[in-house]
Write a protein of this length. Structure first.
Length: 295
């Protein structure tokens, strides 16, 4: 059977399945729409199966189409990975590098510099603060924040940067009531938490302590959390370096509790293989060296 199927048919079908559109798939594959449509039609003819149901308004995959997509996707990725691993024996690093990372200026600069050094790398970068399924969706590398012990996900995790953190509150908040001095007291005062990043809650402290806090202001942004803290909307847990100037000038007060907050850590996650792909390995080494310069 395989000798009667062309790889491009499978690539076109995979892309149409993901985009649910011949036009969008053609744009992504940089092929004429008619070619992509013909590839899928030839694949269906060879298999004697309908893989995609088309109507004038929408497209949906059939049961056979869904099964084929789920079966070929890891095989196509494995083939691509193998080809890219072999390509490193050439004179330069090359291939498609797919990354999810937070939208942070220093990461943007590092990524651009890496591609400048390795012009044969094709970078696709999605910016998210709280990626959950990136590695399952074919991304090579996911950069995300963590605080405290990591859950066992089956992925390899490499620490890139670590920032000590502190609990801060505005003077006007503290003037209204005595500041908390313990985790128990912290659980009873207004706090500013993340919405989904770092699992939102609980707040994590050293010695594997955690506390559920009250919050009417939930954001996936350290800048927004700091702005809310400055307005006295609640206590915030922030990297110390991000609010040190405000602590120094009295705009925020560093609250000392009976436990120290866990550090904020930027991790790199990749598939749990013994050795990462060469493109991932080289990018991680480059990223780590640049992060060390920032410390």
């Amino acid at each position: 059977m395989i000798d009667k199927i062309e790889l491009q048919w499978l690539l076109s079908f995979q892309c149409v399945y993901e985009q649910l559109s011949f036009k969008l798939a053609a744009e992504q594959l940089q092929l004429p729409t008619s070619n992509v449509s013909r590839h899928v039609a030839l694949l269906e003819k060879q298999l004697n199966l309908r893989l995609l149901q088309r109507t004038t308004r929408k497209m949906i995959a059939t049961a056979a189409g869904k099964q084929l997509y789920q079966s070929i996707t890891p095989l196509i990725k494995a083939m691509n990975d193998s080809l890219e691993e072999v390509s490193v024996y050439g004179d330069s690093l090359a291939g498609h590098l797919k990354i999810i990372m937070p939208d942070l200026p220093f990461l943007a600069e590092i990524s651009a510099e890496f591609c400048s050094v390795h012009p044969q790398i094709q970078l696709s970068c999605d910016t998210q603060l709280n990626p959950t399924e990136g590695l399952l969706e074919g991304f090579d590398l996911v950069l995300r924040f963590g605080r405290g012990p990591l859950d066992d996900s089956g992925w390899v995790a490499k620490e890139l940067l670590r920032w000590p953190s502190c609990i801060v509150g505005a003077p006007q908040l503290i003037n209204n009531a005595p500041p908390p001095r313990s985790l128990e007291e912290l659980s009873k005062v207004p706090c500013i938490t993340s919405l989904s990043v770092l699992l939102g809650m609980p707040w994590r402290f050293k010695q594997q302590q955690a506390v559920q806090v009250k919050s009417n202001f939930k954001v996936n942004s350290g800048n927004m959390a700091k702005a809310a803290a400055l307005k006295g909307l609640g206590y915030a847990i922030l990297p110390t370096h991000a609010c040190q100037e405000d602590i120094d000038n009295g705009s925020l007060i560093n609250i000392k509790l009976d436990h120290e907050p866990e550090d904020l850590v930027l991790y790199a996650f990749y598939a749990g293989r013994k050795y990462p792909l060469e493109k991932v390995k080289v990018f991680l080494e480059f990223l780590k060296s640049k992060c060390i310069e920032l410390m």
